[in-house]
Design a protein around this ligand. Sequence first.
Ligand code: DCC
Length: 265
Amino acid sequence: MIQIPNVPDGDNIPQLCHQTLVVPTAVLVPAPHGATAAPHGIAMTIGGVPPPRPHCCVSPQALCSVSPQDLAVPNAGWSVAMREQFQHLLRRTADGSWRRIPSYRRGLDYLPEVVQMVVGPVTGPGPRHFLRNLDAEGAGFEYAIFLHSSGHHAQCLCQLGPYLEGHHGFAHGGAIATLIDTTVGACALAVAKTSVMTAKLNISYLVPMPVGAVVVADSRMERHEGRKIFLSCRVHDTKGDTLYAEATALFIQVENTKPPPAARP
Ligand SMILES: CCCCCCCCCCCC(=O)SCCNC(=O)CCNC(=O)[C@H](O)C(C)(C)COP(=O)(O)OP(=O)(O)OC[C@H]1O[C@@H](n2cnc3c(N)ncnc32)[C@H](O)[C@@H]1OP(=O)(O)O
């Protein structure tokens, strides 16, 4: 077992809800080949998704997280390959050159980077994370984002579960786009220090990505011109042998002043 050496600062900001935030000072992570490894890999969960994990927000009406849980850590739905790569990326955080970004079902409570994503006044618990909208471990996106200290380089380790299937046995292109958008978005947020919006996302799908694949979306800021942030992203397997997709993106920095349009019934 190793311990996550540093808990990002974002974990330490006070939560906005009524519950007292219990901040983990370290998260125990199973060793890749240890006895505590996942009892089943994702490939074995296809068609038999594990039961839901306890979740923070039970409905769109829920006002706040009652049990905040950092989801960017291993769970029973993570395959051995996912765990191994997570440990590899985690080791790089030891010297402070990279940090792991914690991840919650709703971001506002704990994560400054996601507070930036709010456009308009804060009236509730904040945006529900699209990638965290499935309770079952391993069913959808399992991921952890790592950000370089420069803020110009983000890597998202991701395992795409069976609910993200498009063609039989392969990940849906929209799911891959979501992964890319999130990774370049995390990088753009780090660059901008303000809210950002995706203005353009140009993706080349090169090789079909099997459901259950463990991939790394590797994003870099290419240039920053005024409010425009240009980024690139490559999605490859953990060994770098297969390049599944590559993309370029344009994000625009926006002020946090525009109210969101009224929701339609
Ligand atoms: C750690 C956390 C983990 C979690 C991290 C989670 C990250 C999640 C990221 C998800 C992000 C999203 O999905 S966002 C949702 C999808 N995107 C949207 O809905 C955006 C909809 N579009 C808009 O709201 C708007 O068009 C904006 C904000 C993009 C731009 O509007 P604006 O602010 O009025 O800016 P505007 O003056 O028009 O343009 C400014 C400059 O940008 C250029 N520009 C604007 N749009 C474009 C464009 N599509 N293509 C080329 N260039 C463009 C203009 O020519 C101009 O250049 P110049 O004349 O200055 O040279």
